[in-house]
Write a protein that binds this ligand. Structure first.
Ligand code: IVH
Length: 681
């Protein structure tokens, strides 16, 4: 490579890496796989070493990726400087390079007796916690490494982050760093909810964790099921001999520290740890993407020091994400019930992490443009966060000469209406909400679905009813007669009877599910429950102002706005009126959705944070026949205490001799078993 070529390639790599870094850290929607990113970074490092005159101070090789929200974003978090810079880790995919790291350390620390501390590399978003006088004072994201976003109020909502330290010996003012994660279970639940309300799902738990940490509405954060694990106390902040001692002490103060770390004496032990976790990590309830190997003695860490970007006393060995290379056969453009048009690639079927992948989402037009996908291309498919297959890149060397650049449609593939795209929306929408067959059918299918009205009918039935001109809105379903059904192709008397009795049964569906079934934008199952529980009936919701709605826990401005818009539309008022005439439930009734009467007659006070939102906890109590009360009194049966329960309530319980039950025991009580729920860390 000559000088000019090197310059060109360096500039190109810098631009690509910076853009993807922004997408990764700011938008939480990376378009390149971690592996490709790391390989490009490595190439840039090598080129800059060879051509130092082109290595500028702003190169991504010298700066950590920044998660700071851009100043024009409406997400205003206060920003504060980190007391000590928050750095990144040098990483490698090769055990050979881990050996080189160990060899370098042994050479620098020649004759010294030292150990390595091996830990899991948690795949979340980094956080720095500052405890002052034993209380959580401030939580900052990594930001650009120097300045971070203040997300303290959101971090206070995370169940396993203590507000107050226990034990003794903690310094009056110290920092501890770690990762905020979204366990797979919470991630699946969140994505299912987002899909139900046709919001773009998160690509993986990491993106979901960092997106959740940057939410404006702290009560929404509480509902996201985030977890924290801590793994680093900047050594100037405390005085311990080793990193392991520091973590042990932190654990004693009640801080969440993983117990999966291990002290190793040599490279053989390190490799044993790496090999063990490469398999064992698949059974963990949260995502990990590698192993971090740290020199354990703080004195030697200080001696080895730092580069501009990372410590010389640690290295990350990253596991390869499971991915496959397969050709794109065609691209479909799917219109959902909200009119959003999603490109979906049909792939030559391929096995990844034990499942056959045939289709993968391309998210939106920008994403297609960015990876420059063509029909006929061989693409890399990854199971990011092991859940939704995604296309992370194109193998250009395999591009056939006759590959065709797909064109994102300008008109709705279903009804032909000119597509529109609103400001700040990555997706194109079909604007013909009430005329587009796909949207009409999509809304009916949603209404029928299991978690909504649970009526036995699928896509084919809905299409048939629509094509016959019998059904345009859910209310039309209840006007259907046996004669009309029998006149349809392939319908026998029995099938018609079954369908009609399933419709009749849906009149017993509780209001909260009816509300979800209406398909109001952004109202998934949980939000519908919150609104239904809070307002009690549809008229109260229809009359509520946006402010009143937004004051309900779990309901933010966006949701309040889309709900208000829904009720402003006269078509919806007519639809609700018709459904009501048919006997569909539009208010909460005594005994709705009771699952058991285990808690019958019990009056329960809840306090603190749980693995589910407080509202969900209240609903759980009600569904099992219990009653919630907000204050402790002589009538209270027991106090259900999560993490950080109110000290006043605890004191009162102790005074009155009222039992205090933790979440695990409570859940065990509900399941009627004597089990204690596993804790994550
Ligand atoms: S130590 C000075 N330990 O990986 C660096 N980092 O790629 C201190 N990470 O920014 C970091 N698990 O967000 C450390 N056990 C672990 C980790 C870990 C995950 C993250 C961390 C860091 C990134 C670097």
């Amino acid at each position: 490579m000559d000088r000019l070529e090197a310059y060109g390639r360096i500039e190109e790599l810098k631009a690509v890496l910076k853009e993807n870094s922004r997408r990764y850290y700011v938008e939480n929607a990376p378009t390149m796989s971690d592996y490709d990113f790391d390989m490009k970074m490595k190439e840039l490092e090598e080129l800059e070493a060879e051509w130092p005159e082109f290595a500028t101070a702003d190169s991504p090789t010298r700066k950590v990726g920044s998660d700071l929200s851009s100043s024009d974003a409406r997400k205003g978090f206060l920003q504060y400087s980190h007391r000590y810079p928050m750095l990144s880790l040098g990483n490698t995919y090769s055990l050979g390079e881990v050996e080189e790291f160990a060899a370098r350390a042994e050479k620098s620390l020649e004759g010294k007796n030292f150990t390595y501390c091996c830990e899991l590399k948690f795949d979340g978003t980094s956080i720095s916690l500052n405890y002052v006088h034993g209380h959580l004072f401030r939580a900052l994201t990594r930001g650009d490494g120097t300045v971070g976003d203040d997300v303290t109020e959101n971090v206070r909502m995370i169940g396993n982050v203590p507000e107050t330290l226990k034990g003794e010996g903690w310094p009056d003012d110290f920092e501890i760093r770690g990762e905020i994660l979204m366990p797979f279970e919470a991630f699946d639940r969140l994505n299912a909810e987002r899909e139900a309300s046709e919001e773009a799902p998160f690509a993986n738990p990491r993106n979901a964790a960092s997106g959740s940490l940057k939410l404006q509405d702290s009560s929404e954060v509480a509902h996201r099921g985030l977890w924290c694990t801590l793994y680093h106390i900047p050594s100037r902040s405390v005085s311990f001999a080793t990193h392991d001692d520091a973590l042990k002490a932190a654990q004693g103060w009640g801080l969440p520290v993983s117990d999966k770390r291990k002290l190793c004496r040599n490279i053989a032990e390190i490799e044993e740890y790496v090999n063990y976790w490469d398999t064992a990590r698949k059974a963990l309830p949260y995502a990990t993407d590698g192993i971090v190997i740290k020199i354990n003695e703080l004195e030697y860490q200080t001696a080895l020091g730092y580069t501009a970007k990372s410590p010389r006393w640690a290295v990350a060995y990253k596991f390869q994400a499971e991915r496959a290379l397969t050709p794109v056969l065609s691209i479909d453009y799917q219109v959902g019930r909200t009119g959003a048009v999603t490109p979906v690639a049909n792939l030559e079927p391929v096995f990844i992490s034990g499942t056959m992948v045939k289709r993968a989402t391309l998210n939106n037009a920008d994403q297609m443009e960015l990876i420059d996908i063509r029909i006929g291309d061989s693409v890399y498919v990854e199971k990011g966060g092991e859940i939704i297959p995604k296309i992370t890149g194109v193998e250009l060397s395999l591009r056939p000469g006759d590959s065709v650049k797909p064109e994102f449609p300008r008109v709705c593939p279903d009804c032909g209406a000119l597509l529109v795209r609103e400001e700040e929306e990555a997706r194109w929408f079909c604007p013909d909400t009430y005329g587009c067959p796909m949207q009409i059918k999509g809304r009916i299918l949603h209404f029928l679905s299991r978690k909504a009205m649970d009526i036995e009918a699928g896509e084919a039935t809905v299409a048939q009813l629509f094509n016959a001109g019998l059904v345009r809105t859910p209310a039309d379903l209840y006007d259907l007669t046996p004669e009309q059904l029998i006149s349809l192709d392939g319908w026998q008397k029995k099938a018609a009877e079954n369908f009609l009795s399933s419709l009749a049964a849906s009149k017993e569906v509780p209001f909260e599910r009816v509300l979800f079934a209406l398909g109001i934008r952004h109202i998934g199952e949980t939000k519908a429950k919150s609104l239904a529980r809070h307002f009690g009936n549809i008229d109260a919701i229809a009359m509520a102002t946006e402010e009143e709605m937004a004051s309900v826990p779990d309901i933010g401005q966006v949701i309040a706005h889309s709900t208000a818009l829904y009720f402003e539309d006269a078509r919806h008022a007519i639809e609700i009126h018709r459904l009501r005439e048919h006997g569909i439930k539009f208010s909460i009734e005594e005994g709705d959705s009771t699952e058991s009467d285990i808690l019958k007659g019990q009056i329960i006070v809840i306090s603190g944070n749980f693995s589910i939102s407080r509202d969900e906890m209240k609903s759980l109590i009600e569904r099992h026949g219990g009653k919630n009360s907000s204050s402790v009194s002589g009538k209270t049966s027991f106090l259900l205490a999560g993490s950080k329960p109110g000290p006043e309530k605890i004191r009162k319980c102790n005074q009155l001799g009222i039992r205090i039950v933790d979440e695990a025991s409570f859940l065990a009580m509900l399941s009627g078993k004597d089990v204690v729920k596993d804790t994550l860390f």
